[in-house]
Design a protein. Structure first.
Length: 233
């Protein structure tokens, strides 16, 4: 958690430089390219010299994520819990879109690093003054951040698949609608047939965030109903 005193670290090689180099590699080459050897090469250092500052690659990834997400913005004064949680979801999704490698780092523990705790604190503060219990507030943060993380991954994968096929995302989604219409027998898949007949697959937008907004809003509807029931009782 802090710079390790000890003998013989390479002059100028610091924990901050190692983490920043790891972020640079992930941002330019993808998370799969990050290794202790690759980061050492980026720094012009020997691989073993990194281990004087960091125990293992997993620790490096945790520190990289913490460095990349930074501290959350201050909460707007007077903002209600629903607007606050919606803003939390959108900001977190935006952050994952700006640095898509973050969402692909395995989650090995609850938030423990300073900036991760800062984002958790930000989310919890949006619910200050509500009737939600503390464990429900924590569950809410997990669910909302999970929606953002999942949507960031899904849309990134769809976009990547479309680029690999040499088409735009909108063209890829329109192609899916045509394929589904061709292969899905409405007698065998009647609900899918109704979906096709509705025309919603004919002109899909280019990875819209409508589905994400819909999911967040419906989850918040559930929270609102829960709090209303407690006020009624």
């Amino acid at each position: 958690m802090r710079e390790r005193p000890g003998k013989g670290p390479r002059p100028g090689l610091t924990l901050e430089r190692i983490v920043a180099a790891g972020v640079k590699v992930a941002a330019t080459e993808g998370l799969g390219a990050v290794s202790m050897a690759r980061v050492a090469k980026e720094l012009g250092a020997a691989t073993m010299s990194l281990y004087r500052h960091i125990n293992a690659k997993d620790e490096l990834l945790d520190l990289m994520v913490d460095h990349a997400i930074g501290q959350p913005p201050p909460l707007p004064p007077g903002e209600g819990w629903r607007a606050g949680l919606t803003g939390f979801a959108r900001r977190y999704l935006g952050l994952l879109r700006e640095q898509p490698w973050i969402a692909r780092v395995p989650i090995n523990s609850p938030p423990l690093t300073p900036n991760q705790i800062g984002w958790m604190n930000y989310g919890l503060q949006t619910m200050h003054g509500t009737t939600l219990h503390q464990y429900e507030r924590l569950s809410t943060i997990m669910i909302v951040s999970g929606l953002a993380r999942n949507w960031a991954l899904v849309t990134a994968d769809i976009d990547a698949a479309a680029r690999a096929g040499g088409v735009s995302t909108e063209q890829a989604m329109q192609g899916y609608g045509r394929l589904l219409k061709h292969f899905a027998d409405p007698a065998r898949f009647p609900a899918v047939g109704e979906l096709i007949d509705s025309g919603v697959l004919d002109n899909p937008a280019e990875i819209p965030d409508d589905d994400f907004e819909f999911g967040v809003a419906r989850f918040l509807d559930g929270l609102e109903a829960l709090m209303q029931s407690r006020r009624t009782r």
